[in-house]
Write a protein that binds this ligand. Sequence first.
Ligand code: PAD
Ligand code: ZN
Length: 370
Amino acid sequence: MSTAGKVIKCKAAVLWEPHKPFSIEDIEVAPPKAHEVRIKMVATGVCRSDDHVVSGSLVTPLPAVLGHEGAGIVESVGEGVTSVKPGTESFTLGACVLILTPKNNLCIKNDLVQPRGTLLDGTSRFTCKGKPIHNFVSTSTFSQYTVVDEIAVAKIDGASPLEKVCLIGCGFSTGYGSAVKVAKVTPGSTCAVFGLGGVGLSAIIGCKSAGAARLPALDINKDKFAKAKQLGATECINPQDYNKPIEEVLQEMTDGGVDFSFEVIGRLDTMNSSLLSCHAACGVSVIVGVPPNAHKLSVNRMLLLLGRTWKGAIFGGFKSKDAVPKLVADFMAKKFPLEPLITHVLPFEKINEGFDLLRAGKSIRTVLTF
Ligand code: PAD
Ligand code: ZN
């Protein structure tokens, strides 16, 4: 029997307040309104950005259904939706990135910069125990069913393994694009990657595929080194093994600084180190990590006066609606792997275990399956 046009009752992981575990609740998911799409989730990744909400360092209205790295099947569509159809096709979700100009990938309509916790019309389709439950960054994938704006959905190859390509909805694309699209890594260059989680390792995959010759990988958790080497790191460095600032170590190792550096941790001190470790005149440093909301960076202006370039980007600079289907096709054509990033697969109900593994530094990506 068709569920189109009806309220669906299902399970979702609700975050009622910061510093608390997710709670698996019975929720109601209203049908999609005009230009919205209701999706049956198949798989979703556990990303540090969701954990930033739990820890209070990323502020978004609560209670909410978090999750922003997912893939599923369209269950029904609202009026006026033309880019996707209900049925067997599969979709992956990324932070909404609408094509505005050829120059940038930031959608002014998305819910990222000043989150309202709603869809574009200012409301959410979720309720639980009679209360409205907020959305998160236009996606909310930690639910058996979600409703998103059409602009946040991309149609992908129906034959692709959703439990893998869901990572293209955030972590993989963010790291990979930071290298190939934002920094535009050049063949023969030296690239330093700070932070070897799912996003940092994806940056390594991107640097290597762009032809980087030397790839120092940095982390304070040495358990991350084997995987970094497997994916292309040429040397692994634990900054805690040195009694001088790590930027000095990198400058000495590379005769003045690396060509490209990437901060993929989300800390102000490592953003500074990453900037300082790139070459003073021609280095490019990219901020990928998300720092705590209220914190401000302060740097010596001389650092930029000499010629360095300091950049940041969301979602690896990709426009998701266009880029996600292409990245999925590239994965299917074996242009890059996703398997090494997936260390755990858990049923969706074990979401808290997935986050505990991330916090303990024991997982790269946990994929939750529905
Ligand atoms: P993760 O927690 O899996 O990886 C972070 C890594 O950094 C871990 O391996 C840590 O051991 C390591 N680390 C922590 N502190 C230090 C330190 N002082 N020095 C060196 N290494 C350290 O996270 P992730 O890979 O899922 O995400 C990384 C960041 O990227 C995080 O801030 C997340 O919010 C951000 C992100 N940004 C975007 C975007 O569009 N800009 C998208 C997705 C994730
Ligand atoms: Zn993410």
